[in-house]
Design a protein around this ligand. Structure first.
Ligand code: ADP
Ligand code: MG
Length: 561
């Protein structure tokens, strides 16, 4: 029964649509990239499912995208013979259930158009970008392997509701028709479409066809046989030398749903014991949901050029969860599943190779382009700090990538590496000194730091929430132990000169009685002693080496000092 139903978009979808249409007007043309990207994903999915069930090809295994247009009717159609959708798929994917994280995303919006349009770029605009140029969108689709009469037509003007009805569709796959707004009629043009496909979709692994341009003759109206406009070769299988930066950048946008250009990429073909190609990207901007535990992460996994799964998280540790990319293995089986990946020994080997590659590239970036590295650190430094705890084997390598604000660096920026610190250590200094606090001002203004300033000894000012935990796991760098300057006995003797040592002795003698009296009064305090830690403040509280730091200490300070 081909009943036609009208359903409402979920509230979030409505908001998203509104936002998109209003913030992307200077970037309209991306609709084509998004729709071709979806068509390509649909073909990937079909090829994957057909590994188990060849019948899904329905005798036609040459996958392709066909684009056509009608200037008079002001329409563009994008048609693929990929996996297609059934009624439930359509309702779920194109209307009622918004992408996970949509509500969270919307709550982050500031109302400032410029900022919001950047955010929406990271969120990924996807299918709905069709409404940037169209005032009506028709989707006709049928899932591979299902009967012709299970086809579905979805239609919407993007204003709160959509209709859905059953249709007969002989060919599997999805055909999307954009009814262009009057002012967007320029897109229904062969030359325009061709250049957009070239620009945005050259890297798509399946051919994208367009009716051939009319020949030299003047009767330019007649359309000819379609021809493939793009390279139609998986980008990572092409050699580095034939790829331009723009190719890599466009491919990044296809796989990441982020349309800010990436910061850097690593493209490697490895043969030998392991046989694989990897193309890894470091984004320029942290995604809005970097700290969301449920956020999908991981690489796109291919086996012998066949797409297997999105978000294969087994190949990278959590502290590198911002890395995006593709892994194409020739060793893994085409039948590989998430469960198998969790146990496969090769995965471990692949993972350490990829981690090494990322860490080495970051190291190189830090060496070659410190500004660029600094911008990476500002976006992802806090995540990297989870590294020493998660990846013990690489902890020294990871720590070398860290940057800190210190008592000697200017402002709050985290710019000092541990190597810098160690190189600047004073004669006689054996440890890396640090202080943790809630803010830079609290750290740099702490009375504990006075002596170090006077002696010209640098102190790391740690103010990120992961810092105390991170230092605990790091414990040393290049043989130098980390020392919290608010904890326990500091071996400052090595930093003191002879005169200071003599003075300290003398002070201890002359203040013996005072110390005893104070100790009797301050029964809660373990030991009262004369200290060389202070220069300007009269007294400070010190926590034992193995006592609780951080919050406990601040609570005590608030209560008594
Ligand atoms: P994304 O591609 O990030 O998943 P989109 O908004 O682009 O988000 O698409 C939403 C969903 O709609 C896709 O995940 C897919 O399930 C479905 N979809 C969109 N276009 C097609 C298509 N051409 N063929 C099959 N399914 C599609
Ligand atoms: Mg998409």
């Amino acid at each position: 029964v081909a009943s036609k139903e009208t359903l409402g978009f979920k509230t979030e979808v409505k908001q998203l649509l509104h936002l998109m249409i209003h913030s992307l007007y200077s970037n309209k043309e991306i609709f084509l990239r998004e729709l071709i990207s979806n068509a390509s994903d649909a073909c990937d999915k079909l090829r994957f499912e057909a590994l188990q069930n060849d019948a899904l090809f329905e005798g036609q295994s040459e996958l392709a995208v066909h684009i056509d247009f009608d200037a008079d009717a002001r329409t563009i159609t994008i048609e693929d013979n990929g996996i297609g959708m059934n009624r439930d798929d359509v309702i779920n994917h194109l209307g009622t259930i918004a992408k996970s994280g949509t509500a969270e995303f919307l709550s982050k919006l500031s109302g400032d158009q410029k900022k919001d349009s950047q955010l929406i770029g990271q969120f990924g605009v996807g299918f709905y970008s069709a409404f940037i140029v169209a005032d009506k969108v028709t989707v006709e689709t049928r899932r591979a392997g299902e009967a012709a009469d299970t086809g579905v037509r979805w239609e919407s003007a993007g204003e709160g509701e959509f209709s859905i009805e059953s249709i007969d569709k002989a060919d599997r796959g999805t055909r999307i028709t954009l009814h262009l707004k009057a002012e967007e009629s320029e897109f229904a043009d062969s030359w325009r479409l061709r250049s957009l496909i070239k620009k945005y979709s050259d890297h798509i692994a399946i051919p994208v066809f367009l009716p051939q341009e009319a020949g030299e003759g003047e009767d330019g109206e007649t359309k000819q046989m379609p021809e493939a406009v793009n390279q139609a070769k998986a980008l990572w299988t092409r050699s580095k030398s034939e790829l331009k930066d723009e190719d890599y950048q466009e491919f990044y946008k296809h796989i990441s749903h982020d349309w800010t250009d990436p910061l850097l990429w690593m493209h490697n073909r490895v043969e030998g014991k392991l046989d694989y190609t990897s193309l890894l990207y470091i984004p320029a901007k942290a995604p809005f949901d970097l700290w969301n535990r449920d956020k999908s992460r991981g690489l796109k996994l291919y086996v012998q050029r066949v797409f297997i799964m999105d978000d294969a998280e087994q190949f990278l540790p959590l502290y590198l969860r911002f890395v995006k990319g593709v892994l194409d293995s020739n060793d893994l089986s085409l039948n590989v599943s998430r469960e198998i990946l969790q146990q496969d020994k090769q995965v471990e080997t692949l993972r350490s190779a990829l981690v090494k590659r990322v860490l080495d590239s970051l190291e190189k970036l830090a060496r070659d382009d410190s500004d660029k590295y600094q911008s990476f650190w500002e976006e992802f430094g806090e995540v990297m700090k989870e590294g020493p705890a998660e990846d013990f084997a690489n902890k020294e390598k990871i720590a070398a990538l860290f940057r800190f604000a210190t008592s000697k660096s200017e402002g709050e920026k985290q710019i000092v590496s541990l190597d810098d610190y160690v190189a600047r250590m004073r004669e006689g200094q054996k440890k890396i000194y640090y202080i943790t606090a809630d803010s830079h001002a609290a750290a740099s203004g702490s009375p504990h730091i006075e002596y170090f300033n006077k002696k010209g000894v640098e102190v790391l000012l740690l103010t990120d929430r992961v810092d105390e935990w991170m230092v605990g796991h790091l414990s040393e760098f290049k043989g130098k132990h980390f020392q919290d300057i608010t904890k326990g006995e500091l071996d400052l003797d090595d930093l003191a000169d002879e005169a200071e040592k003599a003075q300290q002795k003398e002070l201890e003698e002359t203040h013996k009685q005072l110390v005893e009296r104070m100790q009797n009064v301050l029964v809660e305090v373990n030991t009262v002693r004369v200290s060389s830690r202070l220069t300007d403040s009269p007294a400070c509280m010190v926590v034992g080496q193995f006592d609780m730091g951080g919050h406990m200490r601040r609570l005590l300070e608030a209560a008594g000092q």
